[in-house]
Design a protein around this ligand. Structure first.
Ligand SMILES: Nc1nc2c(c(=O)[nH]1)N[C@H]1C(S)=C(S)[C@@H](COP(=O)(O)O)O[C@H]1N2
Ligand SMILES: [Mo]
Length: 432
C-alpha cells in the first residue's frame, strides 16, 4: 500500500476506506463479475448460508474450537471472543457451564485473577465507597439464587434480511443457568446511595481499543437508578453451583433477569453511582434499538428513527425446537417427540403450541418443570405422523403478560430482538 492510500485509510477509518475501495474497484471493472451481471445483480445472487430460507441452519455455520474450561463450541470470532453453543445442549433446561456461549467486545481479557488483590469497588455518589473481596461477598451477605436466561441482544442475527453487520449468530447465543450470589441492592444499601444518583454504571475488568476513536477502551453499561430490575439483580459468584468459568465472568458477574446480556457485566469490578446519565459508547452509541413496536424499522428509515438503549425493554418471548433436528427421517405411525425450550423476559411462559403444518393448525405442548419466571421452560409434544412426506414443524410460545410470538421477523440495524416463530423441516418415511 502506498503512502497516500495509507493516509486516506487513516482519514476515513478502515471500514469506510474498504467500502469505497471496493466500490471504486467494481466501478473500474477490477473485481470479477459474472458475464452480463451488474454489481447489484451479483450481490443478490450470493448464496446465503445462514440466512433465512426453507430450512435455515439452527446454529451459525462456524468451526468448532475448544477454549479453556469449555467443550468444543462454534467460533464466530476470536478477538473479541465469540463462541456459540451447539443446539444439542439446549435439551436440558440448564445450559452446562462448559457449553455456555461466550461473547466479548474487547480483546484484552483476563486469563487469571488474583483473588488476594481483586476487589469489587463501589465508587461515585455513595455515602461510603466500599471495596469487597470475593470472600467478603460470600460471607457478609445473604446468598440468593435466580434461574435466568442470558441471551445476547444479537441472538439469531443471521436471520436478518437484509443482512446487518455484527456477529452472525444462529440461535445459540443464549443459555440458562442458576446464578447464585449477592443481591445488588444489598451492596448498594451497604454503601448508601446518595441523593442525586441517576444511574449505576457497571464495568468489567478487560480492556482493548474497541471501535476506533470512540473512547471505548473499557466495557461499561448503566441502568437507571429507578429501574425496578435493580431489585432483582444479582452479583453472581456461582453459575449452576460452581464458580463461573473465566470466559463467563469469573469471579463475579451482574445478572439482570429478563434483560439482554449486554447488561450482564462479566468480571464486574466497579459499580459507580452516577449523577449524570452515562454517555459512554456502549450506552450512547452501541446497543440501541428503534423506539418503535418490537424495535422494528426499515433500512430506509433507520437513520432518522429515534433510538433508546436496549435495556429499556425486556427480552421478547421465544421458543425453539431442539429435537427433531431434521438430520434423519421420522417413521410414519410411530410417536416422535418434538422437544424444546421457551422463555420470555416478561415473565413465566404460560403456553407453548406446536404445529406440524407450517403454522396452519396448532396443538398445545406439555410444559416441563417451572424454574422461575426468567428461566428456560422445557416443553414436549408427541407427534404421530400419519402420512409419509415432508413436514414443516413450528413452535410458538405465550408468556404471562399475554405476549405471543409473531410470525413476522423484525429489522433494525443492530440485528437485535429477533423472536419470529421458529420452524424445522422434517421428512417422514414409511415403516415398510
Ligand atoms: N465484561 C464484559 N461483560 C460482558 C460483555 C463484555 O464484552 N465484557 N459482553 C456482554 C454481552 S453483549 C453478552 S452477549 C454477554 C455474554 O455473556 P457470556 O459470555 O457469559 O455468554 O456478556 C455481556 N457482559
Ligand atoms: Mo451480546
Amino acid at each position: 500500500m502506498n503512502i497516500s492510500k495509507k493516509l486516506l485509510e487513516r482519514a476515513l477509518g478502515r471500514r469506510e476506506f474498504f467500502r469505497r475501495a471496493v466500490g471504486v474497484a467494481v466501478a473500474a471493472g477490477l473485481l470479477p463479475l459474472a458475464r452480463g451481471q451488474t454489481s447489484a445483480q451479483s450481490s443478490e445472487g450470493l448464496p446465503s448460508f445462514t440466512g433465512p430460507g426453507a430450512n435455515p441452519y439452527w446454529n451459525g455455520v462456524n468451526p468448532f474450537v475448544t477454549y479453556p474450561q469449555k467443550l468444543p463450541l462454534l467460533r464466530l470470532t476470536d478477538r473479541g471472543i465469540q463462541l456459540e453453543t451447539p443446539r444439542p445442549y439446549f435439551r436440558s433446561p440448564f445450559t452446562p457451564n462448559e457449553a455456555f456461549f461466550v461473547r466479548y467486545h474487547l480483546d484484552l481479557i483476563p486469563n487469571s485473577i488474583d483473588l488476594a488483590s481483586w476487589r469489587l469497588g463501589l465508587e461515585g455518589n455513595f455515602d461510603k465507597p466500599l471495596a469487597f473481596s470475593l470472600d467478603d461477598l460470600m460471607k457478609q451477605f445473604e446468598p440468593v439464587s435466580v434461574a435466568a436466561v442470558n441471551q445476547c441482544s444479537g441472538n439469531s442475527r443471521s436471520r436478518f434480511q437484509p443482512r446487518v453487520a455484527g456477529g452472525q449468530w444462529g440461535n445459540g447465543a443464549m443459555g440458562n443457568a442458576l446464578w447464585t450470589g449477592v443481591r445488588l441492592s444489598d451492596l448498594l444499601k451497604a454503601a448508601g446511595v446518595k441523593a442525586g444518583t441517576v444511574q449505576f454504571q457497571f464495568q468489567g475488568l478487560e480492556r482493548g481499543p474497541g471501535p476506533q476513536g470512540k473512547g471505548s477502551h473499557a466495557f461499561m453499561k448503566s441502568l437507571d437508578s429507578n429501574d425496578p430490575v435493580l431489585e432483582e439483580c444479582v452479583v453472581a459468584y456461582l453459575m449452576n453451583d460452581e464458580p463461573l468459568p473465566m470466559l463467563n465472568g469469573f469471579p463475579v458477574r451482574l445478572v439482570v433477569p429478563g434483560k439482554f446480556s449486554t447488561y450482564w457485566m462479566k468480571h464486574l469490578t466497579w459499580i459507580r453511582a452516577l449523577t449524570k446519565p452515562d454517555d459512554n459508547f456502549w450506552i450512547a452509541t452501541a446497543y440501541r434499538i428503534p423506539d418503535t413496536p418490537r424495535g422494528n424499522t426499515t433500512p430506509a428509515e433507520a437513520s432518522q428513527v429515534k433510538t433508546v438503549p436496549i435495556g429499556n425493554v425486556n427480552m421478547p418471548v421465544r421458543s425453539f425446537i431442539v429435537d427433531p433436528d431434521g438430520s434423519s427421517k421420522l417413521i410414519m405411525g410411530l410417536p416422535s417427540k418434538i422437544r424444546g425450550i421457551a422463555f420470555s423476559g416478561y415473565g413465566r411462559v404460560t403456553q407453548v403450541e406446536v404445529s406440524a403444518d407450517d403454522g396452519k393448525t396448532w396443538s398445545v405442548a406439555t410444559l416441563g418443570t417451572y424454574n422461575g419466571p426468567y428461566a428456560f421452560r422445557t416443553w414436549e409434544y408427541v407427534w404421530k405422523p400419519q402420512k409419509p412426506g415432508k413436514y414443516t414443524l413450528a413452535v410458538r410460545a405465550t408468556d404471562e403478560k399475554g405476549n405471543v410470538q409473531p410470525d413476522q421477523g423484525v429489522w433494525n440495524p443492530g440485528g437485535y430482538l429477533w423472536n419470529k416463530i421458529e420452524r424445522q423441516e422434517v421428512v417422514v418415511g414409511t415403516a415398510s
